[in-house]
Each structure stands twice: as C-alpha cells, then as structure tokens.
Design a protein around this ligand. Structure first.
Ligand SMILES: NC(=O)c1ccc[n+]([C@@H]2O[C@H](COP(=O)([O-])OP(=O)(O)OC[C@H]3O[C@@H](n4cnc5c(N)ncnc54)[C@H](OP(=O)(O)O)[C@@H]3O)[C@@H](O)[C@H]2O)c1
Length: 316
C-alpha cells in the first residue's frame, strides 16, 4: 500500500522524497497491516485530516515520540475492509471514522472495533474524516468538562483554526454567547457567517478593548468559559476579561508560546467569588482521551501553588 513515512524528524513542509533532508518519504510498497486481535477491524482509508499535532510529531516536538520510522496521521474516515472473528458491530463495506495515535496517512489502518464510529447514511466521508480530533476535543472540553450552558459567554481563541472552529460551532449549539478571535478579514467574515455574536480581528483590533466594548453593549459581566488553543500573550490578555468563577480550557499552544498564568488572577477571582474562600475558578488542562494522561499530571506538577489546587486533570 501507499503510506507516508517519517524517516527522520524535521521540517514537515519539505516535500516527501525531495532530497536527503526530507523528513517525509512516500512508500508505495508498504505492507498492508494484518488484523491483530479478534476484535480488530481493517479500514480502507478514504480521508484523513492534518492536525497541528501531526505537524508537531514530524518535527519531533509532540509529547509522544514514536520510534522511527513511523506513519503519522490521527483521524480518518473510510470503509471497513476486513473484520476479526469476534467483531459484532461492523461488517465489510460499512462507512466508519475514528482517530488513532498514529498511522492514518496510509491506505489502510487497523482499529479496535470499540474505537470506531459508524458514519451515518448521507454523511460525506471526507467531512467525517475531519470530525474526531477537532470536534471530539471541543465536545469533551465544552460539553463534558466546562458544562457550557445557554447564555454563558464563551471566548474562543484561534477561532478560525481546526479546534477553534469546532468550539465556535459547538458553543452556538449549546446556546452560549460566542466571541471569536482570529487574524484577518476573510476569517472574521467566515466566523460571522457561522453566527458568532462578536468577532475580533487581531490583525487590526485590540482584543481587550473590543471584547470589553461588546460585553458592555450586551450588559454582560465577563467571559464564563475561555477556550484557548493558542497560548502566549493572547492568553494573558484574555485573562483580563474573565467573569467570576470562569473556567479556562487549556487546549494547546499554537502560538508556540506556553503562557504563564499568574496565580493572582485565580486568587482574586476565587477570593471574591462567594465570600467563603471557596475555589470557583477552574483551570482545565484538556487532553484528548485517546492519548495518555501522564502528560497532564506532569503539567499539573509544574503549576505554581495554589493554582495547582484548582487544576482538574482531564482525559481520564
Ligand atoms: N488537547 C487536545 O486534545 C488537542 C486536540 C487538538 C488540538 N490541540 C492543540 O490545539 C492547538 C490548535 O490546533 P489546531 O489543529 O486547531 O491548529 P490550527 O488549525 O493550525 O489552528 C491554530 C490557530 O491558532 C491561531 N494562532 C496561531 N498562532 C497565533 C498567535 N500568535 N496569535 C493568535 N492566533 C494564533 C491561528 O490563527 P490564524 O488562523 O489567524 O493563523 C490558527 O487559526 C495546537 O496546539 C494543537 O496541538 C489539542
């Protein structure tokens, strides 16, 4: 089968097989993987999406570093090609989608049947190939962890990116007031077409002033849920917009800069939240359930006290 291979860690933007310096190589004779358990399913991949984590993996900057060579790629859609003897939920020909730690940038991938989702009739398989990581991340973070409610104010950073866009859409479905932050006129126009309540174009506006103006115009007190896949200075600015008892969803660091969240921000919010010194500000470090939780425990261990007391470790 054809498969994209990471032969050495390095720049993912160089074309495969282009030179000795290319980290990626295209193999046209990679062995088709065999079923590896009675409950395993082989899927013929129709579509696979490119996530930020895939980019980091090729660079060697992702938290999990598989041995070389490896096939990158995480979420995918396709059609069931073979099933193990104990598979009960799927048959050959069924349309499915799923995510894996590695391996979807290939023509075939092996999954356990419990990790597969059936793609409903009428749903485009290519669209389904982009669902699991981005929408799975935002759904677990916003619905299960933050328990976003109607009329709460949700601020989405990096709103025109993969996870950001899914957070905007899920936020609207939850009935939240959604504020989106992106860079560039075209992206902001697109976000407005999705029905966001307010959009900030970082390329020509100050996020604090713009969001404060909007909150004032709607008589709103502040941000109830901050969805942050960007990090850096933008996180720090956004903290100034939080409502009492706000929840911060730390999703990722697309800016390349891990933000330092001052403990006094949490302290001030907590102190005045209910007058009894009870913690109300929550910081959720979100990690996708398909990945190991150990990284989160490591993150929690590095947070300054007392902030670490308010960290909920996700992904368990
Ligand atoms: N926790 C999890 O389970 C999980 C799951 C998925 C992703 N993630 C993480 O979430 C992050 C985003 O992933 P993605 O797939 O959505 O990536 P993406 O599609 O590349 O989107 C990233 C967004 O961040 C914005 N951005 C980057 N640098 C910025 C800066 N300095 N200031 C303002 N905005 C900036 C970009 O804005 P422009 O569009 O304006 O360039 C882009 O829209 C990554 O760190 C990824 O590893 C985590």
């Amino acid at each position: 089968m054809e498969a994209l291979l990471v032969r050495k860690l390095g720049d993912p933007t160089l074309p495969p097989n282009a030179s000795e310096n290319s980290s990626l190589g295209l193999s046209t004779s990679y062995p088709i993987p065999n079923l590896n358990s009675p409950n395993s399913v082989r899927v013929r991949v129709k579509a696979t999406s490119l996530n930020f984590a895939n980019y980091l993996q090729v660079l060697g900057k992702y938290q999990e570093k598989p041995p070389l060579p490896f096939i990158p790629g995480s979420d995918y859609s396709g059609v069931v090609d073979a099933v193990g003897p104990k598979v009960t939920n799927f048959k050959i020909g069924d349309p499915v989608c799923s995510f894996a730690a590695l391996g979807s940038f290939a023509q075939f991938v092996i999954a356990n049947e419990s990790d597969l989702f059936r793609v409903p009739d009428g749903c485009d398989l290519v669209a389904a190939g982009a669902l699991p990581v981005a929408y799975g991340t935002s759904h677990v973070a916003l619905v299960h962890r933050a328990q976003l409610r109607p009329k709460q104010v949700l601020l989405v950073l990096g709103a025109a990116g993969g996870v950001g866009l899914s957070a905007v859409q899920i936020g609207k479905v939850c009935g939240a007031t959604v504020i989106a932050v992106a860079r560039g006129k075209e992206k902001v126009q697109f976000l407005k077409s999705l029905g966001v309540d307010h959009a900030v174009d970082l390329s020509n506006a100050n996020v604090i002033e713009s969001v404060k103006g909007f909150l004032k115009s709607r008589k709103l007190k502040g941000i109830d849920v901050l969805y942050d896949p960007v990090g850096g200075k933008l996180t720090k600015d956004s903290l100034k917009l939080l409502n009492w008892g706000a929840q911060i969803l730390v999703i990722g660091f697309a800016s390349g800069e891990v933000p330092v969240i001052p403990a006094n921000i949490a302290l001030v919010k907590v102190k005045h939240s209910n007058g009894q010194g009870r913690a109300q500000t929550k910081l959720f470090l979100y990690h996708h359930p398909c990945q190991s939780v150990h990284h989160l425990y490591r993150c929690a261990n590095h947070l300054p006290q007392p902030l670490a007391n308010y960290v909920t470790v996700l992904g368990d």
